[in-house]
Design a protein around this ligand. Structure first.
Ligand SMILES: C[S@@+](CC[C@H](N)C(=O)[O-])C[C@H]1O[C@@H](n2cnc3c(N)ncnc32)[C@H](O)[C@@H]1O
Length: 253
C-alpha cells in the first residue's frame, strides 16, 4: 500500500479525539489527549477488545451475568473488602461516586458509611446492573442516599466538582475510553477530592485473575499522569489488589 493510501486506513483505526467534539461550555471543555494518550488498534486477544492504550490492551467489560461473582459470599475474605472500605476513611455527609458500581456491592456499604446526609452516585453503563443495584439498595432501605447514573462508555455523566471521592473497583482496566473517562472524573472531583483505583496486582503471578484484568502500579501511574491529578499513595492493605489514591489538587478549578 502506498503511503497516500495507507494514511486514510491508519486514520480509520484512530479513535476520535475529544477535540473533535465541540465543547458545550468553556468550563466543560474536554482536554485534548496528548500524543502518548492516543489509542491504537492491535491484535485482539481472548479477553481484550483489540484496542491499546499506553501499550496495554483494554479488557472486555464484565457483563451483568458476572453479578453473582461480584456478590459471592467469600469475596470479603478473599479481597478483604472490609479493609478496603476502612481505608477510604469515609465521613458522614461525604458525596461519593461508585463508578462502575456493578451490582452495588460497594454502593450500599458506602451509603451506610456516609449516613443520611451523604450521597452515593452509582454510575454504570449496563442498565441491567443498575436495576440489580437499585433493588439491592431498596432492599436494605438505603435507596434514598443513592443516585443512579446511566453513563456512556466515554462520559460518566457526573456533575462537575461534586464528589469528595470517586471509587473504581476493578473497573479502570475495562474502560473503553480511559482518557475521556478519567478526564471527566477529574472534573467531577471537588478540589482536593480523591480518585481511588482498586486493581488486581499485575506484578504478582500468584493473583488468580486473568492478565488483562490486572494492572501494575507503573502502568496505572503512566496512564493517569496525563491528567490534572496527583498521586498520593498506594495503600498496601489488600491481599490481591492495589489501592491507589490520586487527588485533584486543591488549586485547580
Ligand atoms: C468488574 S465489574 C466491578 C463492579 C463493582 N465495582 C464491584 O467491584 O463490585 C466492572 C463494572 O464496570 C462497569 N463499567 C465498565 N465501563 C464503564 C464505564 N465507562 N462507565 C460506567 N461503568 C462501567 C461494567 O459495566 C461493570 O459492571
Amino acid at each position: 500500500m502506498t503511503s497516500a493510501r495507507l494514511l486514510p486506513a491508519l486514520l480509520a483505526f484512530a479513535v476520535a479525539l475529544p477535540a473533535a467534539t465541540p465543547p458545550a461550555a468553556p468550563a466543560a471543555a474536554a482536554p485534548e489527549a496528548p500524543p502518548a494518550a492516543r489509542y491504537e488498534a492491535g491484535s485482539r486477544t481472548r479477553d481484550g477488545i483489540g484496542k491499546y492504550y499506553f501499550g496495554r490492551e483494554i479488557s472486555q467489560v464484565m457483563g451483568h451475568l458476572g453479578a453473582g461473582w461480584l456478590e459471592r459470599a467469600e469475596r470479603e475474605e478473599e479481597e478483604r473488602t472490609d479493609l478496603l472500605l476502612e481505608a477510604l476513611r469515609l465521613r458522614p455527609g461525604d458525596v461519593v461516586a461508585d463508578f462502575g458500581a456493578g451490582s452495588g456491592y460497594f454502593t450500599w456499604r458506602i451509603a451506610q458509611r456516609v449516613g443520611p446526609s451523604g450521597r452515593v452516585y452509582a454510575v454504570e453503563v449496563q442498565p441491567l446492573m443498575l436495576e440489580l443495584l437499585q433493588a439491592n439498595l431498596t432492599r436494605r432501605g438505603l435507596a434514598d442516599r443513592m443516585l443512579p447514573v446511566l453513563g456512556t462508555a466515554s462520559d460518566p455523566k457526573l456533575p462537575e466538582a461534586s464528589c469528595d471521592l470517586i471509587l473504581l473497583v476493578d473497573v479502570y482496566h475495562e474502560l473503553e475510553f480511559p482518557f475521556e473517562v478519567t478526564a471527566a472524573l477529574a472534573r467531577a472531583l471537588k478540589p482536593g477530592g480523591r480518585l481511588v483505583l482498586v486493581e488486581y496486582r499485575g506484578e504478582d503471578p500468584e493473583v488468580p485473575i486473568k492478565p488483562l484484568h490486572k494492572m501494575t502500579v507503573a502502568q496505572v501511574r503512566r496512564e493517569l499522569a496525563v491528567h490534572p491529578l496527583e498521586f498520593v499513595e498506594n495503600l498496601g492493605v489488600l491481599p490481591r489488589q492495589h489501592l491507589l489514591v490520586f487527588r485533584r489538587p486543591a488549586a485547580t478549578r
